[in-house]
Every structure is written in structure tokens, then in C-alpha cells.
Design a protein. Structure first.
Ligand SMILES: C=C(O[C@@H]1C=C(C(=O)O)C=C[C@H]1O)C(=O)O
Length: 374
């Protein structure tokens, strides 16, 4: 959901689970099979109408988290002035009734497997490795943990995020809930687009300080270098699937909690890839892993003490044409079946990163989810 437009599913008509290094290509193939066997009646013909699966995928090949594609029994969608209902399989029996939110809850998150001091140490070690020329950039994250009262209504968290962060993509799929400012890829009727982020500064305390923050972000060699890595990785991959690939100039994107450096990319699909094929090829980008990818993933494995689960993985939806909208799962938390909440946030580390500043930045990135739970 973004800016009031979006799709919400009820029930589960089909649930497909994936894991391991081929989880994304397996999902792309499985979705082709599902579509080939489906009989679809869609008069609305808008992005998100007709047969749709929602998905959330683990970040790492070796993760213990399951990756899923879920086809709901009933979907309610809205885009601009149009709204629709899609019924799937036996969904004919379900009515899209409004269900009141469950009880209000307040949860405080505390440090998980990485204390703030551990994070500062990990960042220092990473800076050392970058300056030894082992790699150019690595994204290091830390985790927070908490527990919701039993049976809490996770929709409350999604609703808070959608209201507070209308320019972000708010998602809630299989307990993975968040509001991400960054897309991995969107495809719609042959046009492929992406919003790449990397480079961050906190918002200023007043208008003047805020304008200065945006200005210094746009001029900062550290942030522009970090941003360039992320844009290059997206252009390289999308270049294989598109023609007329264009990028905007980097611009400063204002969110309620911080400024990001952003670049929008758009091209014309030339090889019939579905949005999941593109996701499979693009993940993980330099925005959430680093560069070069393999060296960055090795540093993440050695310095992060936890399984990222679906954090920093692709989250979104795909329709019967293969079109879809996939965000990178950031500013998010995973609510497990036992009501335990794991939240994650990370920062792109380059050669001149200051560990204390990165810790402060990660704190601000936690703010959307920490506040939505409070
Ligand atoms: C890794 C995260 O964010 C990423 C890292 C950024 C940075 O370091 O500047 C900015 C946006 C995202 O690409 C996160 O929010 O957890």
C-alpha cells in the first residue's frame, strides 16, 4: 500500500514455500505454473487486479526463514478512484466485511543479538576491511527484539505505518510488516522501474538545519560514493533485461525521520521477464548487501551475529501477467507465530564511515517500527 492505493488479501487459497539459494527462481517458475493453470476473469485490468500472489523472501541463501508466495481467497484493491474485489478459488464464500481492529497494544523493543556496542565494533572492523581493499561497501545491520501480547492484531502496525509514511510502500505479508522507502523493482505493462536509495542523514531540528542537512547529503563525497555503488548494481542487472534504460539525477528524498539520496530508474522490458524473474536477478543489491556482492555477503556472514530472516529481502506482489511491485523489506519487523517480534535496521558502510554515526543512523531507521509498536 502506498499513498492510499493498494491491495489487501483475506484468507489463503494457495501457499507456496521456498528456501535455499534457488528460492527466487523456484518461486518465479512456480508462479508461471500457477498462472498457466488458472482461469482468470479480470474486467478491471489495473495493477493488482485479477490473480495476485503476495510474497516475502529471505535475504540470505542460508537463512532458516521460509520464503513464501501466498494467493489469498479474496483481495480488495484500490487505485485512485477505482476499487475492486477479486475472489479466488473457493473465495466466493467470503465477504469483504470490515473487521474491527483487535485490542490496542504497546511493545518496547530491546537489543536483540547485537548490542549497540557490538554494532560499533562490527562497523569498525568493516571499515578496516574496506580500507584494506577487501571490498568497497558493506551493509551491516543490527536487531531488536520484543514480544506482542498473545493474539495481537498485526494490522494495527501496518495501519500506523501507512498513515505515518504515505510515500513509502507499506507491507504486511505472513507477519513481515514494515514501510519501505525503497523498491527493488516494479513492472507494469512492459515498463520496468526502480527507486534506488543509499546515503542517509537525519532530518534537521528546524527548517534551516533541515535544508542544510539535505544540502550536505547531496554534496557529501561519502554518501554520493555509497549511492553510486547502489545505482550501478541496479543499472547493471536491469540493463540485461531492458532497453532505453534511463536514470534520474540523484535527488534528496524527504521522509518523516530522515533524508535519503535517491535515484529513479526506468526502462522498457525486452525479454519477457516477470517481476519475480527480475527480483531473482537483482537481489541482493548493493543497497542492502554491498559491493562486490560476494565479498560483502561474506563480511555480513562473519560480522552479523543473527539470521536476517526476510529483512532486506524482496517483499511485494505479482499478478498473472508477471507485473508486480517488489519493495526491499526495510524499516520492518517480523512477527512470528509465537508473537515474538524481530526488527532490523542497517547502514551502508564505506571507507570513511564513522561507527558512532552509523549507530545513530540505525537508531533513526528503527524509528518507524519502534513508534508503530509504541
Ligand atoms: C539497510 C537499510 O537501509 C538501506 C541503507 C541506506 C544507507 O545506508 O544510507 C539507505 C537506504 C537503504 O538502502 C535499512 O533501513 O535497514
Amino acid at each position: 500500500m502506498r499513498g492510499g492505493d493498494g491491495i489487501a488479501g483475506y484468507g489463503e487459497a494457495l501457499r507456496l514455500e521456498f528456501s535455499g539459494p534457488d528460492r527466487l527462481t523456484d518461486a518465479a517458475a512456480a508462479w508461471r505454473d500457477v498462472v498457466a493453470r488458472a482461469q482468470i476473469d479480470d474486467d478491471v485490468r489495473l495493477p493488482g487486479s485479477g490473480l495476485v500472489a503476495f510474497g516475502t523472501f529471505a535475504f540470505a541463501d542460508e537463512s532458516n526463514a521460509t520464503s513464501v508466495l501466498i494467493v489469498p481467497e479474496l483481495i480488495v484493491g484500490r487505485r485512485g478512484s477505482k476499487a475492486w474485489v477479486t475472489r479466488i478459488g473457493d473465495g466466493a464464500g467470503i465477504d469483504p466485511v470490515m473487521r474491527a481492529f483487535g485490542d490496542d497494544f504497546r511493545v518496547t523493543l530491546r537489543a536483540g543479538q547485537t548490542s549497540p556496542a557490538d554494532y560499533v565494533d562490527a562497523v569498525s572492523t568493516a571499515v578496516g576491511r574496506i580500507n584494506d581493499d577487501e571490498l568497497g561497501k558493506v551493509v551491516l545491520a543490527r536487531d531488536l527484539i520484543g514480544r506482542l501480547p498473545a493474539g495481537s492484531d498485526v494490522r494495527r502496525i501496518a495501519a500506523e505505518l501507512a498513515i505515518g509514511y504515505p510515500d513509502c510502500w507499506t507491507f504486511c505479508v505472513d507477519g513481515m510488516v514494515g514501510a519501505s522507502p525503497e523498491t527493488l523493482v516494479r513492472s507494469e505493462k512492459g515498463t520496468v522501474s526502480a527507486r534506488v536509495l543509499a546515503g542517509t542523514l537525519p532530518r534537521g531540528r528546524d527548517d534551516r538545519a533541515d535544508a542544510e542537512a539535505a544540502d550536505s547529503l547531496a554534496r557529501s563525497p561519502k554518501n554520493t560514493a555509497e549511492h553510486a555503488f547502489a545505482v550501478r548494481s541496479v543499472l547493471d542487472t536491469l540493463g540485461r533485461h531492458t532497453i532505453r534504460l534511463q536514470k534520474s539525477q540523484p535527488f534528496t528524498l524527504r521522509l518523516p525521520n530522515l533524508w535519503h539520496l535517491a535515484t529513479d530508474v526506468e526502462g522498457v522490458l525486452h525479454d519477457g521477464s516477470t517481476s519475480l524473474d527480475l527480483v531473482a536477478d537483482m537481489h541482493p543489491t548493493a543497497a542492502v548487501a554491498g559491493t562486490p556482492t560476494d565479498a560483502a555477503l561474506a563480511v555480513i556472514r562473519s560480522l552479523e551475529k543473527f539470521d536476517r530472516g526476510r529483512y532486506a529481502g524482496p517483499v511485494g506482489w505479482i499478478d498473472a501477467h508477471g507485473d508486480g511491485e517488489w519493495a526491499i523489506a526495510l524499516r520492518c519487523a517480523q512477527v512470528d507465530e509465537d508473537d515474538v517480534v524481530h526488527a532490523y535496521a542497517g547502514c551502508g558502510i564505506v571507507g570513511d564511515s564513522d561507527p558512532a554515526a552509523e549507530l545513530a543512523e540505525s537508531r533513526i531507521k528503527f524509528r518507524p517500527i519502534v513508534e508503530a509498536l509504541a
